[in-house]
Design a protein around this ligand. Structure first.
Ligand code: COA
Length: 263
């Protein structure tokens, strides 16, 4: 019987097995950078998974030794990337509203939205060589999808300021220390560990799991949506800025960005 979870996009794989839907970002030649088609596919899969009682847990992972290098930077250049009807907004709100547990398995890079989306997963497992970064300021951009709300909450204001304002890379142990991930495992073991957790979760009483997830999030849920909308407005404006244009051009030209002329 064909799976009800056929991905509409070649760079997103979906596999349902034992009540766990595994969604794999599969564009390794670009370190799994996410395009509009990939966001749309993942949004659709999450919406279908939310409505299908055969799915009790979702695993999010990446193929080829990367989680994701974040939004495809060339996709950002047309300026429409984060409006409310954009594919990324649709995906992130589908994840934000997703009623069942999501387990992330992080191998390699988790950059930009690759780190942000972990704040909306319920468990995250990272391999010891994984690399995290929220380089929004370095790109002339700003925090997104409630990270300005959730990061200070989970790690304190001081650390959140460091990670968001400097935008430097950090390793898996740091990610665990600041509660972005639950556990650090050896190279090649994240997906296996995520599957173990997913199977455990899939055996628990499903309604109790969903209610517990909802209760855990209720302190930030309503406020979170308002923050997501406000951040998206700023982000959208930043995409039109000269600061972003300089950063994106520098990335394409493989040189450091030069912000010295800006006030
Ligand atoms: N968008 C578009 N292309 C990307 C990309 C992205 N977000 N991330 C990586 N790529 C491309 C690279 O340009 C490179 O292309 P090339 O082979 O034509 O040169 C290819 O993917 C492989 O990446 P590379 O930079 O060689 O891998 P690396 O392991 O040395 O570094 C990263 C990986 C993720 C640290 C680095 O690619 C990077 O910083 N990417 C940008 C991340 C980013 O700013 N995301 C947006 C956040 S809002």
């Amino acid at each position: 019987m064909p799976s009800p979870f056929e991905s509409p996009c070649a760079e997103i794989d979906a596999q349902l097995s034992n009540r766990v839907l595994e969604i794999t970002i599969n564009r390794p030649e670009r370190k799994n950078a996410l395009t509009k088609a990939m966001y749309s596919a993942m949004a659709q899969l999450l919406r279908d998974a939310a409505a299908n009682s055969e799915v009790r847990v979702v695993i999010l992972t990446g193929a080829g030794g990367a989680f994701t290098s974040g939004n495809d930077l060339t996709d950002f250049l047309d300026g429409s990337a984060s409006s409310e009807d954009s594919p990324v907004f649709q995906f992130m709100t589908a994840l934000y509203e997703f009623p069942k547990p999501v387990v992330a398995a992080v191998s390699g890079v988790a950059v930009g939205i690759g780190t942000t989306l972990l704040l909306h997963c319920d468990l995250a497992i990272a391999e010891d060589h994984a690399m995290f970064q929220m380089p929004f300021v370095n790109l002339g951009l700003c925090p997104e999808y409630a990270s300005s709300l959730l990061l200070p909450r989970i790690m304190g204001h001081t650390k959140a300021s460091e990670l968001l304002l400097l935008g430097n890379k950090f390793d898996a142990q740091t990610a665990a220390n600041v509660n972005i991930c639950n556990e650090v495992v050896f190279s090649g073991e994240a997906l296996g560990r995520a599957r173990e957790y997913a199977q455990e979760l899939a055996k628990r009483a499903p309604e109790a799991v969903r209610l517990s997830k909802k209760l855990l999030r209720q302190g930030t849920y309503e406020n979170g949506m308002a923050v997501i909308r406000e951040e998206a407005l700023h982000f959208q404006q930043r995409l039109q800025s000269e600061e972003f244009r300089e950063a994106a051009t520098a990335f394409m030209e493989k040189r450091p960005a030069d912000f010295s002329r800006f006030e």
